[in-house]
Design a binder for this molecule. Structure first.
Ligand code: AHR
Length: 519
């Protein structure tokens, strides 16, 4: 049985075709929307070893660092051009009081991280250190403000401290702490998961609070804030309806109260009580993770439909600021630290999610994988001075060519992949054209046992030169370890040939490729 995946209705399309081949037809002249590079954003929380050990080792560490920040991490993130980084949480954000994290380190209060393991948070990584990290990496900060346990004044002071150049006590304090010029901070979260760890609010209550917070966080100089409202729990469409109805108007006083609307969705293989192992899994778990990931498309479609009703011009962005696989923690590690390994299955889940976000790029303006280092579906794992790059990192590397490129609509006719009573498509894709005119096509074959031949046609385009890269491995469970850090990484790919107007591609089983095509 073959299926067509349409760029209009992405994964849910089920038109049956009679051809006995996988076919990808790309329409290079129909591209209307840009794939925002912010879709490739990251998330870092004061959770486990994400900040402490993962990013921050302190100036006196034997791990090579610049002003306390690991040099190896900075280098790896620059390589994949991460566009933005969300901080300080997550759940941690709604308990975080930013003034605890400024000024001389020996005077900063030590507090308990009540969300994550009850460990001591010494606040040695605060606003200045975070901004230094963003500047070293060359990415934009995405700050999530405290609505749950903070105050309106506390949040408005933080914005003023960071972005104002005016003469006033709060900017003097910043200067006293070593930063003369204000920073540029565009993205500002107004709370996190306000339905849950951000304060257990209901939609109407949060909607009222959003107005108050948004009104008092001001734009200073030419720093125009992009305010991201907390969304409801996954399928809480009433939350979306309530906020869109109230805050999507763009006239007069109501302007720019909500620039973005947040959605969180994690792929949980089994259930929240027994999420399953990140590395010790079988083919039934493999297809379960991949098929549950496709729920992201359904959620985006349904939330977008409500957003379209109130904001047909798509001015408000859907911000998927937490996504990824959530497995049981690695045996022997602190359960509050959410440390998990990362296999080829994670790479597949990353690719499918990125394909979904790219296909919805007219509405999805940012996404942040949870989380960047040492927590959940990480791009990077560290062990003291050692660092490894995960299969998920390599997907971000393969996909960086799509940053700010024009999304090219396509139809994908794909074989089914079935196992244990579940059935999904074998193939997933993204196609884009960058500002220099190059076309990039990424294709994933999730079938762990079967190669797929794909005939790719770029309507009206004859490829003159093609280069390819691939991420694959022998086993579904393969992953990089500190003893074997290069088991999975990107290799050159030459399994394609130009046949007139078609490109014939031999996709190995469980593989992700990106082709660069010159016409
Ligand atoms: O990423 C881990 C946690 O998951 C975040 O802190 C929270 O926002 C979500 O529930």
């Amino acid at each position: 049985m073959l299926k067509i995946i349409s760029f209009l209705i992405f994964l849910s399309a089920t038109t049956i075709f009679s051809q006995q081949e996988n076919k990808l037809i790309i329409y290079p002249d129909s591209g209307k929307y840009t794939i925002s590079r912010d879709i490739y954003g990251q998330f870092s929380e004061h959770l486990g070893r994400c900040i402490y050990g993962g990013i921050w080792v302190g100036e006196n560490s034997s791990t090579p660092n610049t002003r306390g920040i690991r040099n190896d991490i900075v280098k790896a993130l620059k390589e994949i051009k991460i566009p933005n980084l969300r901080w300080p949480g997550g759940c941690f954000a709604d308990g975080y009081h930013w003034k605890d994290g400024i000024g001389p380190k020996d005077k900063r209060p030590k507090i308990i991280n009540t969300n994550w393991g009850g460990v001591t948070e010494d606040n040695s990584f605060g606003t200045h250190e975070f901004m230094d990290f963003c500047e070293q990496v060359g990415c934009e900060p995405v700050i999530c403000g405290n609505v749950g346990s903070g105050t309106v004044k506390e949040m408005s002071d933080w914005v003023e401290y960071m972005t104002s150049d005016a003469i006033n006590p709060i900017t003097d304090l910043r200067k006293k702490n070593g930063r003369e010029k204000p920073w540029k901070v565009k993205f500002w979260g107004v709370g996190n998961e306000s339905w849950g760890c951000g304060g257990i609010m209901d939609a109407q209550f949060y909607s009222n609070i959003l107005g108050k917070y948004s009104f008092f966080v001001k734009n200073y100089g030419n720093n125009i804030l992009y305010k991201i409202a907390s969304g409801g729990l996954e399928e809480d469409y009433n939350w979306t309806e309530t906020l869109m109805k109230k805050w999507s108007k763009t006239d007069g006083w109501l302007q720019n109260y909500m620039s973005g609307y947040s959605l969180h969705y994690y792929t949980v293989c089994h259930d929240w009580a027994h999420k399953g192992s990140a590395t010790d899994f079988n083919e039934a778990d493999w297809i379960t993770s991949l098929s549950k990931t496709q729920r992201m498309d359904t959620l985006i479609n349904k939330h977008s439909a409500i957003m379209d009703k109130y904001d047909p011009e798509k001015k408000i962005g859907l911000i998927v600021d937490e996504w990824g696989n959530w497995f049981d923690v690695e045996p022997g590690t602190n359960p509050g630290f959410l440390y998990q390994q990362n296999t080829l299955r994670d790479a597949m889940v990353a690719a499918i999610n990125l394909d979904i976000f790219n296909a919805h790029c007219s509405r999805v303006k940012m996404a942040n994988i949870a989380q960047m280092v040492n927590v959940l579906q990480s791009l990077i794992l560290t062990d003291k001075e050692k660092m490894i790059l995960t299969p998920t990192y390599y997907v971000f590397d393969l996909y960086k060519v799509h940053h700010d490129a024009t999304f090219l609509p396509f139809n994908l006719v794909s074989e089914d992949y079935s196992y244990g009573g579940k059935k999904i498509s074998s193939l997933y894709a993204t196609a884009s054209r960058d500002s220099s005119g190059l076309i990039h096509v990424s294709i994933t074959n999730v079938n762990p046992e079967k190669k797929e031949k794909v005939s790719c046609n770029i309507a009206g385009v004859t490829a003159k030169q093609i280069t390819g890269k691939i991420l694959t491995s022998d086993k579904m469970q393969d992953h990089n370890t500190f003893d074997d850090p290069n088991k999975i990484n990107i290799k050159d790919f030459s399994g394609f040939q130009i046949d007139g107007d078609n490109i014939l591609i031999d996709m190995p089983s469980k593989s992700i490729i990106t082709l660069e095509i010159k016409d």
